[in-house]
Design a protein around this ligand. Structure first.
Ligand code: 0L1
Ligand code: MG
Length: 262
């Protein structure tokens, strides 16, 4: 019985994404007592649907990894979701606004994983040892819920609001940086909107990847070699509008840009 409801919820959220329309949150429309654990079961069904439809997974992503995000969204723990190939936008490319509902952008550090990472008990230092490269990224989040209004189980079921990603082209060894101190700015149309440092992400972006490895281990899964993983936002998310030119500048990692088209 429960599994049928979970499938119905996954279909509801996939339809909202495909039809580009916001919907009432799941804890209001279906199940007020949905737990975080159940929400991950919904997410798994949603992710499986994308795989069955032929989409290639780029990797998991971490969300809600900073105090800024917790304060912004009224929650207090990290979550994960999954990025797929159809979500990729070229660096310097155009993001069609009409493909999305109410997108926001945030600056992140991504990790290209060089060796499998199997939790539990993984630390940030172990993640760094198994990371081939780090690269800058802009994540575009697009909650399927009205006004980005959700509880923790709602956002977990909704694949952590994952929508689009622009990866930068600079691949650098993590040993070349102190990722805790790395600074980033997020500007729109030449105006500084947000700024942050790596330490905003659970003290160090590698800590977020370690938390992910340990969360995946609870369901017998691991981080896999070759995955490119967003570690979470250094800043608050900024609303996008048609005509915006978005630039994220990362200390030592270069610039990532995109334009918002119609
Ligand atoms: O990547 C993120 O941190 C997004 C997590 C979901 C919360 C949101 O939609 O802002
Ligand atoms: Mg994010």
């Amino acid at each position: 019985m429960a599994v049928e409801v979970f499938k119905e919820i996954a279909d509801y959220l996939v339809a909202a994404e495909v039809e580009k329309r916001e919907v009432v949150k799941v804890t209001k429309a279906f199940k007020p007592d949905l737990t975080v654990e159940e929400a991950y079961q919904v997410q798994e069904l949603l992710v499986q649907r994308k795989v069955d439809e032929g989409h290639r997974m780029i990797g998991p992503k971490m969300g809600l990894t900073s105090k800024a995000k917790w304060d912004q969204m009224g929650v207090s723990e990290p979550i994960y979701g999954y990025v797929f190939d159809y979500m990729l936008v070229n660096n310097g490319g155009v993001l069609p606004f009409s493909d999305l509902i109410h997108p926001k952008v945030e600056a992140e550090i991504a990790f290209l994983i060089g060796e499998d990472i199997q939790g539990p008990g993984i630390t940030g230092a172990q993640v760094l040892a198994k990371t081939q490269y780090v690269l800058p990224a802009l994540e575009i989040i697009d909650s399927r819920y009205e006004n980005f209004n959700f509880t923790l189980p709602d956002v977990v079921a909704d694949n952590a609001s994952t929508s689009r990603v622009v990866f930068g082209t600079a691949l650098r060894k993590p040993s070349e940086f102190d990722l805790e101190l790395i600074g980033a700015t997020l500007s729109i149309n030449g105006q500084l909107k947000e700024l942050g440092a790596g330490a905003a992400v659970l003290g160090h972006p590698a800590n977020a990847i370690a938390v992910l490895a340990n969360m995946l281990a609870r369901k017998g899964e691991k981080i896999k070699k070759g995955e490119i993983i967003l570690s979470g936002a250094l800043t608050s998310a900024v609303m996008l509008s048609i005509g915006d030119f978005v630039s994220g500048k990362f200390d030592g990692l270069g610039e990532v840009t995109f334009s918002v088209g119609e």
